[in-house]
Design a protein around this ligand. Structure first.
Ligand code: DWN
Length: 401
């Protein structure tokens, strides 16, 4: 498949086989689960990493079970991002901020007291309803140029447009950027946040690869994408959230916005690490993680130990299914999201239960499939009186804590 950003040829980096959609949690073990190839490829021209095969967006997001968790780490990240926006003059008390892919509105909720107006857009009606009930005006739709024009008529012109993680969730990011280009005023700011591809590769986060993530962005392809729409990068901030994320700040190429030093610094850093060697090391490490977890779990089960997983993450679906772990190995999965409870992880067929039940059941091991919240989850489990269950942390390499 040619690069969906610049059109150059691509080559295959990693083939994870045929997998169900990660967040399509089943209501019974018997429920049918369509499977689709999960193949990561890299563009020879702009170093864009993308999925070869993209699943229909309505199928992925029509009824969405990922609700942004109420996490300390996420609140801290949101606070820092808002501080950066104000400190650098990207937002002010008079700003209207529009967020694309706003989910239940946690970020806008954080921003709401500091700005004039916030509006969210999200394609999942079940998610929009939760956001509205929490006081966040949310339009249920996929964002593109035609919607941009309708939004302008209904709400006015936004000063800031935010798209966090959602530019990776769409087969055609040009469609989103074209809408932003059309809607953003001359001195407006576009903020795009994504998992940062060099971190994904350096930390062996192969479980970030699932059908919702159609792109894995580094700075280089984003510069290309923006240039193709007559926009430019003016600032970059790195953040530890989701295993290492990048926040891009962009403006119209003709705008007065000053280009911050951060752009040069991070581009140089990226240049030094991003290349064939890193891709080769990543692929080897992915195989080592699969081998190590398989061996560890087999050994533990052989000793009669019980293993649960912790965090019904989209990442967990890829991790479990690539390794070949099922309900024969992992008894249950603990998760804090009520709408996930009683459902089953696709293909692995592991039932999801509330965290409280996991604390009480006190299995011998938790395979931490929400490893990105390790520093939050392990202390929480201990504080709840469970001192005995050990955690198997799969990423960046297998360790037991
Ligand atoms: O891009 C995406 C990212 C940002 O979020 C989406 N495509 C889907 C989703 O990916 P994920 O499911 O891998 O995300 P999280 O944020 O790692 O999911 C955390 C899961 O762990 C949630 O289901 C909630 C759960 N959790 C928990 O059970 N106890 C989370 C915390 C913090 C906890 O204490």
């Amino acid at each position: 498949m040619p690069c969906r950003i610049c059109g150059d040829p691509t080559d295959t980096v990693l083939d994870l086989g045929s997998m169900p959609a990660a967040n399509r949690l089943k209501t019974s073990k018997q429920e049918e689960e369509p499977r689709y190839p999960l193949v990561l490829e890299r563009c020879a021209g702009c170093f864009n990493l993308q999925l070869r095969d993209c699943v229909d967006e309505n199928e992925l997001y029509g009824h969405y079970l990922y609700l942004t968790p109420d996490s300390r780490a996420l609140h801290a990240h949101n606070r820092l991002l808002v501080e950066h926006m104000f400190r650098e003059g990207y937002a002010s008390a008079g700003s209207f901020v529009l967020e694309i892919g706003s989910n239940v509105g946690r970020f806008l909720k954080h921003l709401q007291p500091h700005v004039r107006k916030v509006v969210g857009i999200d394609p999942a009606e079940n998610v929009c309803r939760i956001a509205r009930a929490d006081g966040i005006e949310t339009v249920c739709a996929f964002f593109a140029v035609d919607l941009a024009m309708q939004l302008e008529a209904a709400y006015g012109v936004p000063d800031v447009i935010v798209a966090r993680h959602c530019c990776a969730h769409n087969k055609n990011p040009h469609r989103i950027i074209a809408g932003i280009k059309a809607l953003l005023p001359e001195n407006g700011i576009f903020i795009m946040e994504n998992a940062y591809a060099p971190n994904t590769l350096l930390n062996n986060e192969f479980d970030q690869i699932y059908h919702e993530h159609m792109f894995y962005y580094a700075i280089r392809p984003v510069v290309k994408l923006l240039e193709m729409h007559d926009m430019r990068l003016v600032d970059i901030a790195m953040a530890p959230i989701h295993g290492g994320s990048v926040v891009f700040f962009a403006a119209h190429a003709t705008a007065r916005s000053r280009v911050r030093e951060s752009v040069r610094v991070h581009m140089n850093e990226e240049q030094a690490v991003l290349g064939d060697e890193l891709l080769g090391r990543f692929v080897e490490s992915v195989r080592a993680i699969r081998r190590d977890i398989r061996a560890l779990v087999a050994d533990l089960l052989g000793q009669g130990k019980t293993v649960w997983s912790y965090g019904a993450t989209a990442k967990g679906s890829t991790l479990l299914n690539y390794i070949g772990l099922t309900d024969e190995h992992i008894r249950f999965c603990a998760d804090s999201t009520p709408i996930k409870h009683g459902r089953f992880i696709p293909m692995a067929n592991i039932e999801i239960l509330p965290e409280e039940e996991a604390w009480k059941a006190s299995p011998d091991y938790f395979l931490l499939t929400a490893w990105n919240y390790k520093d939050e989850i392990i202390p929480k489990v201990r504080a709840m009186g469970n001192a005995r269950t050990k955690f198997i942390v799969p990423i960046p390499s297998v360790s037991v804590q």
